[in-house]
Design a protein around this ligand. Structure first.
Ligand code: PLP
Length: 353
């Protein structure tokens, strides 16, 4: 069946091993690999089991609940919903929190289930997504005290997240500023925290540059799956960028003009598009579209094939320089957005090998 996402589990595992090595050299020896972009596909989760990372993390409780059997601790990354705290405690060992009401609900759920739940306080260092704002010292200390005093919660650590909403790139300064906040919290509670986490794949570029003293964790998703860091979007030289590729089948090949004929309005998505007249070109249609993936993130594996556009179900390719025929399979590398949507689409077959 096509379209197909083809996952090379050896390459995925290789990426995981390399990231563990790179992080360990910087003193970060307790990585969390993030499984949300691939919807925690069980074969892929299982492929990470023998790596030295002690944690697996996901943003969806449903994905954590569907993990294959694992010896790793499970982290919920997205802030828990108030209506979901019972499932959070059931399926996650650790959750990231920023609200007093959520801590209260997690504590209650943990009491009811007779288990201890670990919480990590999120601090917003300026990316303006989740977390208590870094300037709100009172708010941070209040939440820390609440976590400390909750009978069924273990105040496990602190974390920040950047390069998500605000496009903020973490730097040595970010590390020092956040560590200073952690120091104040540790002084206030009278003990060290077990888990001090300095971001996601956008911190990978710092691994051979910055001083990570006082940290032990990163949460890595995109760098694991696609072998790239996300601060400057560079490929990581020792990692694979093609652990996952997308394949689609060609359903039409015809020579056509490159400029549409007739009065021009908007496309299937109501967008105004600039068309470039390159004369007659050999055009192929592959059976994959916007409903399957974000085609803007496709890069054809073969030279000479160019992505021209896509509607919901049809991907248009210029194949003038590398002709294909009906029934052929075209392969693409995918970016994060394309991978995320393709893994999520029920129309895309997933094959692990
Ligand atoms: C998604 C997510 C990550 C992983 O980010 P990548 O850029 O894919 O490494 C880490 N932390 C949090 C809180 C996240 O939501």
């Amino acid at each position: 069946m096509h379209p197909t996402l083809r996952v090379d589990l050896k390459k995925l595992r290789h990426n995981g091993e390399k990231l563990c090595e790179m992080a360990a050299k910087a003193g970060l020896d307790r990585l969390a690999f993030v499984t949300k972009s691939f919807c925690a596909l069980p074969e892929m989760v299982a492929a990470l089991e023998d790596l030295p990372n002690p944690y697996l993390a996901d943003s969806r409780v449903e994905n954590l609940a569907n993990y294959p059997k694992t010896a790793k601790e499970k982290i919920l990354l997205r802030l828990p919903m108030l209506s979901q705290c019972e499932q959070v405690v059931r399926h996650a060992d650790i959750s990231f929190c920023s609200e007093p009401a959520i801590l209260t609900a997690l504590d209650k759920a943990a009491e009811e289930q007779g288990r201890e739940h670990k919480v990590v306080l999120m601090v917003d260092m300026g990316d303006l997504r989740e977390g208590v704002f870094f300037r709100d010292e009172e708010g941070i200390l209040a939440l820390a005290n609440q976590a400390l005093e909750a009978e069924n919660l273990l105040f496990y650590g602190m974390a920040f997240n950047v390069t998500c909403y605000g496009s903020v790139i973490p730097t040595q300064q970010t590390l020092e500023d956040f560590r200073a906040i952690v120091n104040r919290v540790e002084a206030a509670i009278g003990r060290k925290l077990d888990f001090v986490s300095c971001g996601n794949s956008s911190s990978v570029y710092l691994l051979d540059k910055a001083d990570f003293t006082g940290y032990n964790n990163l949460r890595l998703g995109e760098s694991l799956l696609l072998g790239r860091e996300t601060a400057y979007c560079h490929d990581l030289p020792d990692l694979y960028q093609d652990a996952v590729t997308l394949e689609a089948e060609v359903v039409e090949v015809k020579e056509k003009p490159s400029y549409p004929i007739g009065k021009i309005g908007v496309n299937a998505f109501g967008q105004t598009v600039e068309y470039i007249d390159r004369g007659d070109r050999l055009r192929a249609i592959a059976a994959v579209g916007q409903q399957d993936a974000d085609y803007a993130g496709f890069t054809p594996v073969e030279d000479g094939i160019e992505v021209v556009g896509a509607s919901s179900d049809h991907l248009l390719l210029d194949v003038t320089d590398r002709p294909v025929k009906v029934g052929d399979i075209v392969r693409f590398r995918v970016d994060y957005s394309a991978a995320l949507r393709a893994f999520t689409s029920p129309y895309v077959e997933k094959v692990c090998e």
